[in-house]
Write a protein that binds this ligand. Structure first.
Ligand SMILES: O=P(O)(O)O[C@H]1O[C@H](CO)[C@@H](O)[C@H]1O
Ligand SMILES: O=c1cc[nH]c(=O)[nH]1
Length: 340
């Protein structure tokens, strides 16, 4: 199991990203193959040294949209006549956009895909000498006993056996890495959720599976060797254990960020209630609107953070002003000071 948060921060008090691999220092250059970047070919400090937030989500389109949304929200201006560029375009794997201190990156589907990306993004943070970055996953999920459109902030990630760690065979042995998300970050995000008549924002455990169909107890895959009754009993069982939603990346996301000493949070919107069905039936436009909900919450956090650091003018930018009561604003400000 990996070291505790305290140990990580004692070891790296200046907020440097923990790279637990002595080999990297000894290499002439480090090629971040799946990002189409490299420490020899690019000035990574110049390109990424000012990054504070790394936001990830499944699809290139979502992360491009998020990049434009955060740009509007933080009042970031592009040079006249230019548009945002996909920095990792020539990897043909992931898409990456940079908007001031925010990176918006697609991670594809599942633990292997997000795991490869995290290795390279964590190394990118290290090469760029970024201090104390905060990572978010902005995703979709199936809810358990939650209406479609509900936003779930993960308190913890567990696997399909309810184990709170990522298990990976390395050199023929199983390595286990604790899947810890930052509790304070999750609390702060929850406190920034606007009370809405349209949808709820809840917190709970997130179950991360290796498959969308059988792995998530669906009856509608190409194969199914269990009954509806057995599926529902399993859903009730995990629900009782505190699981609010099911998706496919949180375990790796939590484990790898924690192992690197990086604070992270997972915010997903439920596309359906798994106690009621398996197929994603909501119309395209509804799904589009739902997917914006986690983006808006994370953007509000980023905007508040930058405002509190004096890196965003609350009057002089194009987005709307964050909605925090003065009391809550002060509280979040005090808490955020411990991040720097
Ligand atoms: O919404 P995204 O980030 O794509 O994630 C969820 O959607 C995919 C399955 O449809 C899985 O990757 C799951 O984790
Ligand atoms: O049910 C769902 C919906 C989205 N993503 C998942 O992984 N599962």
């Amino acid at each position: 199991m990996s070291a505790s948060d305290e140990e990580i921060h004692d070891e790296y008090p200046d907020g440097s990203v923990r790279l637990r691999n002595p080999n990297i220092e000894l290499m002439d250059q480090d090629i971040l193959y799946h990002l189409a970047l490299g420490s020899g070919s690019h000035d990574l400090v110049e390109m990424f040294g000012d990054v504070k937030f790394v936001c990830m989500g499944g699809t290139p389109k979502r992360m491009e949209q998020f990049a434009y949304y955060i740009m509007e929200q933080i009042g970031h201006k592009l040079p006249a006549g230019t548009t945002l560029q996909d920095i990792s375009k020539y990897s043909y794997r992931y898409s990456m956009y940079k908007v001031g201190p925010v990176l918006s990156i697609s991670h594809g589907m599942g633990i292997p895909s997000v795991g490869i990306l995290l290795h390279e993004v964590i190394k990118l943070m290290y090469h760029a000498k970024v201090k104390d970055p905060i990572f978010f996953r902005i995703g979709t999920c199936g809810g358990i006993g939650l209406e479609g459109g509900t936003v779930v902030i993960s308190e913890e990630a567990v696997d399909g056996l309810l184990r709170p760690y990522l298990e990976l065979p390395v050199l023929g042995k199983l390595v286990q890495r604790t899947a810890k998300l930052d509790k304070r970050l999750a609390r702060d995000l929850k406190s920034m959720a606007e009370p809405s008549q349209l949808f709820e924002t809840v917190t709970g455990k997130t179950m991360c599976t290796y498959d969308f169909y059988e792995g998530q107890g669906r009856l509608d895959g190409a194969f199914c060797e269990f009954t509806e009754q057995e599926k529902l009993e399993y859903m009730e069982q995990v629900h009782k254990a505190g699981v609010a939603n099911i998706e496919m990346e949180s375990l790796s996301f939590a484990a790898l960020t924690h192992h690197a000493g990086i604070k992270s949070a997972v915010v997903c919107v439920a596309l359906l209630d798994r106690l009621k069905g398996d197929q994603v039936l909501a119309p395209h436009e509804v799904l589009e609107e739902w997917q914006e909900r986690p983006q808006k919450l994370v953007a509000r956090y980023i905007k508040n953070y930058l405002a509190m650091k004096g890196r965003l003018s609350l009057d002089g930018h194009s987005g709307s002003v964050p909605v925090l009561s003065p009391r809550r604003y002060k509280l979040v400000q005090q808490e955020s000071e411990t991040y720097d």
